[in-house]
Design a binder for this molecule. Structure first.
Ligand SMILES: [Zn+2]
Ligand SMILES: [Zn+2]
Length: 223
C-alpha cells in the first residue's frame, strides 16, 4: 500500500457508538476519543442507536479533545418490522427520532444537507429493503465490523445496481473496533455537512486495518 498521505487527507470515523446512549456499546466517550486520537483520526461522527447527543454535550466533549473534530449524528432503526439501520450524519435534532418512514427521513436529511448512509445493508435479509423500494440513501456501508467479506461483496453488487457510493465505517461499539474500518477524505471538513459533498464527489478512499485500499465506487480501479 502506498503511504504518501497528503497533508490534507482526513482520517474519519463515520459510525461510532458510546456507552452514553447505546446500551450495546462498552466504551466511554473519553476512552473512545483518546483511542481515536492515538490512532490518527482527524474527525469522528457519534451515531448512537435512536438517540442524539445534545449540542452542549458535543461541545463539552469537543473542549476536552481539541485534537479531533467531534460531530453528531444518529443511527435510526427504520420502519416498524424491518431491520434497516440508517445513519444521518451531522444532526442533533430529536425530530429525526420521531420519524419511522424511510422516505420521510431521507427527504428531511437531504433538505437539511445531512449525509445519509444505509448501515450494514446485508447484515440482515431485510436490511436493504429501501433500495428495492427506490428510496436511496446517499451511500451504503461496505466493510464494517458488522459486515464480513461476503456481505461486502453483496454491497458492491447493490452499489453497482443502484449507482451508490460505498463507505467503510467501524460501527464502533468498543475500543478494538476504532481503527478497523474508516475513510480518508481528500478535503478538509469545516462543518459536519461537508462530509456529504466529499462522499457524493468521491473525494475519499475506503480503508481497513488490513491495509487494503478499496474503491469509493465499484467500477473504479483499485490502485
Ligand atoms: Zn446498526
Ligand atoms: Zn451502529
Amino acid at each position: 500500500m502506498c503511504s504518501h498521505k497528503k497533508a490534507t487527507d482526513m482520517k474519519i470515523q463515520l459510525h461510532l457508538h458510546t456507552s452514553v446512549y447505546s446500551a450495546c456499546a462498552k466504551a466511554t466517550p473519553d476512552r473512545l476519543m483518546k483511542k481515536l486520537i492515538e490512532t490518527g483520526f482527524d474527525a469522528v461522527f457519534i451515531t448512537e442507536h435512536n438517540a442524539v447527543w445534545r449540542e452542549w454535550e458535543i461541545e463539552r466533549l469537543q473542549q476536552r479533545y481539541p485534537d479531533i473534530k467531534i460531530y453528531p449524528g444518529v443511527e435510526i432503526t427504520v420502519g416498524q418490522e424491518s431491520f434497516q439501520h440508517l445513519l444521518v450524519l451531522g444532526t442533533v435534532d430529536p425530530a429525526f427520532l420521531e420519524m419511522s418512514d424511510e422516505q420521510e427521513i431521507l427527504e428531511e436529511a437531504r433538505a437539511r444537507g445531512h449525509l445519509t448512509i444505509l448501515a450494514h445493508p446485508f447484515r440482515w435479509p431485510d436490511g436493504h429493503d429501501m433500495l428495492d423500494r427506490g428510496n436511496y440513501p446517499d451511500a451504503i456501508e461496505y466493510r464494517t465490523s458488522n459486515h464480513g467479506t461476503e456481505e461486502g461483496l453483496q454491497t458492491l453488487q447493490a452499489a453497482e445496481r443502484f449507482n451508490l457510493p460505498v463507505v467503510n465505517a467501524g460501527d464502533v461499539h468498543d475500543l478494538d473496533m476504532v481503527d478497523s474500518f474508516w475513510i480518508e477524505a481528500e478535503w478538509e471538513i469545516f462543518s459536519p455537512d461537508d462530509i456529504r459533498e466529499i462522499i457524493l464527489e468521491g473525494a475519499y478512499t475506503n480503508f481497513m486495518l488490513e491495509g487494503a485500499s478499496l474503491p469509493a465506487r465499484p467500477h473504479e480501479e483499485v490502485e
